[in-house]
Unconditional design. Sequence first.
Length: 812
Amino acid sequence: MKEFPAVHVGTVNSPENRMTNARRVCAECGATVFADAPQGVCSVCLLKAGLASLDNENDETSAPTIARMLKDFGDYELLEEIGRGGQGVVYRARQKSLNRIVALKVIGLAHWATEAHVKRFRMEAEAAAHLDDPRIVPIYEIGERDGACYFSMKLIEGGQLDKIIGSEPLPGRKAAELMAKLAHTLHHAHQNGVLHRDVKPGNILLDAKGEPHVTDFGLARLVETESTVTRTLEVLGTPSYMAPEQAVGSNAAVSCATDVYGLGAVFYQLLTGHAPFAGETTYETIRLVLETEPRHPRLWNPKVDRDLETICLKCLEKEPANRYASAEALAEDIERFLRNEPIRSRRSSRLERVWRWCKRKPLVASLIAALILVVAIGLTGALWELQRVQAERALVRRANLSDQEKTLLAAEQTNNPAAYDAYLRGRTFPGWWHQEGAIRLFQEAVRLDPSFAQAWAYLSMGQSGSYWLGTDPSPARLAAAKDALDRALALDPNLPEVHLALGYYRYYAQRDYAGALAEFQQAEKGLPNSADVIEALAALQRRLGHWDEAVAEQRRVVELDPRNVHASFSLATTYRCLRRFPEALATVDRALAWTPANRDLGLVSMKADLFLATGDLQAMEPLLANPRLDPTPHAIYALFQRRYAEAIEILSKALAAETDRNTRNIEKLLLGLSQQRAGDIAAARATYRDAAQDFDSQLKKMPPDSFSASLTHAFLGQAYAGLGEAAAGIAEGQKAMAIDPTSKDPVDGPVREEKMADIYALLGDADHAIPILKRLLQIPYGGAITTAQLRLDPVWDQIRNDPRFQELAAEK
């Protein structure tokens, strides 16, 4: 048997703060030992021994638990330890006077060392003891003994909910039935003036029949009572399940809605197998609770019914007023679902969620509004990001964190302010439209601090993106992306941003989609609610042809970051691939509403493309007056109306000023087509010949199997077809399809097939063009062709009179 420290006769400085007169003092810990202590043993040391065994509970050589060291605890015989929590240890025990098996919870006063903890412990017991509900674990006795508080309660034989379900989701109806019962139970407590304040799976017990029971009112308080406990401003509860008002330590704001939030968090766990928020540190979890929306349950588990998802997310609203008015209201809505009746809760729109966020953080919102004005002098991005960093640091100061967590959070990514400023400004460059500008800023950041791993990672991502999108598809650019990635890996291979950069390199440079997915998923573990990571996963899902998954992830990015123009552009692009034009237009319009006029970054051109795809030329007309609209949609608008002279003028001016390689390639082909249809054959041949020579020169500078090479082969095939060189044109089109086949690339593979149909049409070969078009009209892909385009685009004029083509074009 473990030997316990001897105790010495002595006194205690403040006997009025103890439960009985002191008789002795423990030589080991200094705790009071009372006259009737069994065997002269210090009960505080006993409790510490029990708590200390937590890390070694599966080790046969570990120190004995209290139950093994001391069988008797007053009227209770301790049989075995069955659980432990933040306030003490729980034992299966036999109450000797009544000869019944109970659960006995014990807390050591010296372990907590404050009167507030004692009051909180007694409050737990007293609150639960006054509640009369079959699903609230009843309290039998409250007592104090040997420097410890204890209470005995009914023993529930089943086990804790979190231990029973593990990480697997429950079937929807079963989870709903369980939650309805729990909501009724919490409503009963609320009706009696008691809040739980720590609703989580670990505080819900299931009996042998699977019925739920709520226990551990250790954080409960009487609603009408304001005590020293509620004024401590401690952050109480379990971070992954705590409501935002608890996360900021605002006990005055805690209400019945706080428990409704906890119920929603438990519901989320049951539906998905995941907590709604889970960071690697306490602070990170608190930040997620305060600043982000939970991932929609259906993204974790597609089997979740939409109504259950709506109910769950309503419980998890940041603002208490936006949750269910009571736990009873929650129970009633769940029961409507179970009866197959319409639920009353409805999904909040994105605009509503953004507005609520602004109301929650009026200072931050007003600062953001003010910062928009700073765009004119080029400081918006950095200042906006700095405001976010300052808000996070303020949150750190408010949070009740351990010293280790504070040390971790205090660690800077770089000690060079100028390097960090350049990095932040690079991060705020909106998407791929300004890739080169962002690259220059990341290069500046690593020049100022060569040990800045995050900046190297983002520099690699920028270089990879430039290579993939054709801004610079040269081997030198590819080597630059690899060099930056290697530097990041050497500095910190475990950094989530480094996994993100490695994923993009595998995606863009190597076209290794499986490898990219693995790296993106690894990055998500470290940055579970990062818009950059989710956007990467969404782009890859789209590339793999997982269209529904791509839409879901992209919608999540837009919800997390409504001002992220690139995220909205990507979502609209996916809708365009799917020919879901109303949703694409709505997405673009919402993004334009958020975006300052000088930063629409292609959104207006995207809107024009949507109108062209649907053949709604009248709706497009107001956009033509917009000076920011790219020349290409202007030219296509004129072409679709057979106004060739106008198209030629627009394209000639555009080519004189255009510097983007891909845009120039498209404009050259459009100019040749316009001249050809206008009857200026000599000019058309000159344009096509110049384009062919340019495309051939570009190909010599590209890796032969690259994404850009595939597209350029397709362009070269169109140029040869425009010249009437059938064999050369068809050969180039086939090369493009071989490099980027639809079987491996459901987004751009069909684009190469469409280019092949263009080539056949320019050559007047309806027999080969029409079967391709017929198949393409049935599948989603990048910029998917529509019947409206078949009717309007002069590229099809050579085969337009074929009845088979007319039948295709007439379809809706």
